[in-house]
Design a protein around this ligand. Structure first.
Ligand code: GLN
Ligand code: ZN
Length: 754
């Protein structure tokens, strides 16, 4: 029978049990409770996979925080500063690397390819030594074995590991390959010794543009790994086509190759001719990145082609990539309309789909029937109410180039705004959200459960807004925010008020560590029936003379952080969003709001993996942002915010957004991003984050002055804003208060020296 498997499963749990366990451990330090929960989750997920029909389960795909960090720890690629803690208390050391503690700042964190998952960036240096500790993969493999399961350890491959790392001394991480390989060889030997049959080596970097050095590194690495004792090796590529790396990947001495046939179905012919017949082809035919049921006709066509070319003997069926990026089980979504639910497949359903495809391929009539039912349901989807709306389509078609324009140039607007807003030099602000307190969460839950009415809920929010406004006034911030207490999530909040969106109750996906997001589902054409943020912002502004910044999530980010319909091109969905948000911007402006921030933290992560596709994406993404901000008056100051520090490759697009002020994450990388601004004279103002909100650590005033001084070596004083890295909703007041007080003091001290 055709083999069925998967590259990885969501870790967080059906009801986010891992999140709860982590957060409890961070409070009470009870390690055994955390480890028990982790073990129970792994076992439950393997059982589920087996019941869904998987013949092999993945192990070591689980992580307490992040699998890249696990890989660094497994090979002892640990920066000196964490070593003694890691020795004394391995869990405390591990979490110090992941999220910092009172004395140590965390390792950098960055987006995992074009997903909304964040990985911890290993920090390496020339002369780095590596040493294997294979306990984790071995223990998890034994755990699965004890349950009678056929298990395949998943490990990040050596070349992707190095390519995804950074070095502190500017050396090329790939130079460390020779030092690293013996540890991988040893890993394979230990796994083989234990009796492991197959290992999955993830090399997602194979779908990127690779230079000659990286290609040679692949050859050297995999030839070395082929020499010692080893389980059979499955080389896994995902998130796109192998493209010009196909010949490289197909010729590496491994026993199987996984290819993504969802993102890149067009690569199938080339894969079939490049891959030797005795190798296993693991065909990623079900989308691991989305929540839609697959189209049986498309998948069956691919599978028949494969079967005709090479039979099914060496064929594995799998989702396109790890299911880490999909929610758990759509059966939990009892409050979704039944019609919509039939269009959806979460992790569990994706595995069940795979089984059906395998059975159908093996000639099972029942499975063929089930698949044709699925085709019929998906055909009905096209005609369902709200999927295609004439008014929305007409408005998009009628868009003129004018819609992307502000009234005057940035330079002129800057003068007008300086007069209207009269801010001091180095103005201080925050990114929008303030701590989501227990009171707020409780009130929201009560309101959802209809245990308190709308008025009672609203008065809790108003009180919170007032408290946040008074706090900001007291500590001397210049541009205030209302604190976003009404928002559960920066995308969900907007999606809930727009037509064309649906919401799950339990559709959580891990973003980083214990943090999850619950992406809305864009299933139909998008429009805004009424204003979404105006009353809260207007209320906040009524409490103070200082400018209150209106807060919106930008169209690209709403798109990027939603599960997007698969029946309309992304740029078209984004244009619909841009028009809906544009109406909101204009309503805020009419309500007297002078500063409006349109967050686009996901602009960069939407960047296609291959450089050849960048320009087309940036073109429509920038256009959508500009449509959102377009048409506002010169006195209205448009801010945008982005949470990443890799700027060089998109700086021109960021400038093309034509925002008056951008705030960006930069404290973890100690303002490295500002290098981008050395060569490129950015015309607007910039607030490079001066402290890391992902860590509970309270930064000192001197430390922030130091960062600001670094920033001033590249930026004009008139250009520099002072703000944290990101919103404060995940922080407590305990650390937020002293951190912001110190931040304002840092700005004030520096101001005095200008
Ligand atoms: N305004 C949002 C907040 O402060 C921005 C969040 C983000 O960039 N991820 O929460
Ligand atoms: Zn941010």
């Amino acid at each position: 029978m055709t083999h069925t498997t998967y590259l990885g499963f969501p870790r967080i749990g059906r009801r986010r049990e891992l999140k709860r366990a982590l957060e409890t451990y961070w409070q009470d330090g009870n390690a055994s409770a955390l480890l028990d929960t982790a073990r129970a989750l792994r076992q439950r997920h393997w059982q589920l996979a087996r019941e869904a029909g998987m013949q092999t389960v993945a192990v070591n795909d689980f992580s307490l925080y992040d699998h890249v960090l696990d890989t660094a720890v497994m090979f002892d690629a640990v920066p000196e500063r964490y070593r003694s803690l890691l020795q004394d208390d391995p869990l405390a050391g591990y979490f110090a690397m992941a999220r910092g503690n009172r004395n140590l700042h965390a390792l950098e964190m960055t987006k995992w390819f074009d997903t909304n998952y964040h990985y911890i960036v290993p920090e390496l240096h020339a002369g780095q030594r590596f040493q294997l500790n294979a306990n984790k993969p071995l223990a998890e493999w034994r755990e699965a074995g004890a349950l009678g399961l056929n298990a395949r350890p998943v490990v990040l491959g050596p070349v992707s590991f190095l390519l995804l790392s950074k070095t502190t001394d500017g050396s090329d991480a790939l130079n460390l390959l020779d030092a690293l390989l013996p540890a991988y060889v040893e890993l394979l030997a230990q796994l083989a010794q234990a009796g492991v049959d197959w290992i999955q080596l993830d090399e997602p970097c194979l779908v990127q543009d690779l230079d000659e050095t990286a290609r040679l590194a692949y050859v050297a690495a995999y030839e070395t790994l082929a020499q010692g004792a080893s389980p059979k090796r499955l080389l896994a590529s995902y998130f796109g086509g192998l493209g010009d790396n196909l010949a490289l990947a197909a010729n590496l001495p491994v026993d199987g190759l996984h290819v993504d046939l969802v993102r890149a179905p067009e690569q199938l012919d080339a894969v079939l001719s490049a891959l030797p017949a005795q190798r296993v082809l693991s065909a990623g035919v079900v989308d691991g990145r989305n929540i839609w049921r697959s189209q049986p006709t498309q998948v069956v066509t691919l599978l028949q082609k494969i079967a005709a070319a090479r039979g099914t003997e060496n064929l594995w069926l799998a989702p396109s990539c790890s299911l880490l990026h999909a929610p758990y089980d759509v059966a939990q979504e009892t409050s979704l309309p039944a019609e919509l639910r039939h269009w959806l497949a979460f992790a569990k359903q994706k595995l069940e789909e795979l089984k059906l495809y395998a059975q159908a391929l093996d000639g099972d009539e029942g499975a063929k029937h089930a698949l044709s039912d699925q085709s019929a349901r998906l055909a009905a989807r096209r005609l369902a109410d709200g999927v295609q709306r004439k008014d929305v389509r007409a408005r998009v078609r009628a868009l003129s180039p004018q819609a992307t324009q502000r009234r005057s140039s940035l330079a002129h607007r800057r003068k007008v705004q300086a007069e209207v807003l009269a801010l001091p030099p180095l103005p201080t602000t925050t990114i929008g959200s303030f701590p989501q307190t227990e009171t707020l969460r409780h009130a929201r839950a009560e309101h959802r459960a209809e245990r308190i009415d709308g008025d009672a809920y609203e008065s809790v929010l108003r009180e919170e807004i007032e408290r946040v406004i008074r706090f900001q006034e007291n500590i001397g911030l210049d541009v205030l925010v209302h604190g976003e207490p009404e928002r559960n999530d920066m995308v969900e909040y907007f999606g809930e008020q727009l037509d064309g969106f649906a919401f799950t109750r339990h559709g959580w996906v891990q973003s980083y560590g214990s943090r999850c997001v619950k992406p809305p589902i864009i299933w139909g054409d998008v429009s805004r029936p009424q204003p979404m943020t105006v009353s809260w912002t207007r209320y906040a502004q009524s409490l103070t003379d200082r400018p209150v910044k209106g807060m919106l999530t930008g169209p690209v980010t709403v798109l990027q952080w939603s599960f997007v319909r698969d029946d309309l091109p992304r740029d078209q969905v984004c244009l619909q969003l841009a028009l809906a948000l544009r109406d909101e911007v204009h309503d805020l402006e009419s309500a007297g709001i002078r500063v409006i921030q349109i967050d686009e933290p996901a602009l960069r992560e939407g960047l296609p993996i291959r450089r050849a596709d960048h320009a087309a994406y940036l073109e429509w993404a920038v256009r959508c942002f500009r449509i959102t901000a377009g048409g506002t008056g010169d006195a209205t100051q448009i801010h945008t915010h982005m949470c990443y520090s890799e700027f060089n490759d998109i700086i021109e697009a960021v400038a093309a957004l034509d925002a008056d002020v951008i705030s960006i994450e930069s404290s973890r990388s100690r303002m490295e991003l500002l290098q981008a601004f050395e060569d490129f004279r950015y015309p607007g103002s910039i607030g490079p984050g001066v402290y890391d909100i992902h860590s509970p650590r309270v930064p000192s005033k001197t430390e922030m002055i130091d960062l600001l001084q670094r920033a001033l070596t590249v930026l004009e004083p008139g250009q520099l804003w002072v703000n944290p890295d990101c919103g404060l909703k995940t922080r407590g007041w305990k650390e937020t208060e002293p951190a912001l007080v110190a931040m304002v003091q840092a700005a004030q001290s520096l101001r005095a020296t200008l």
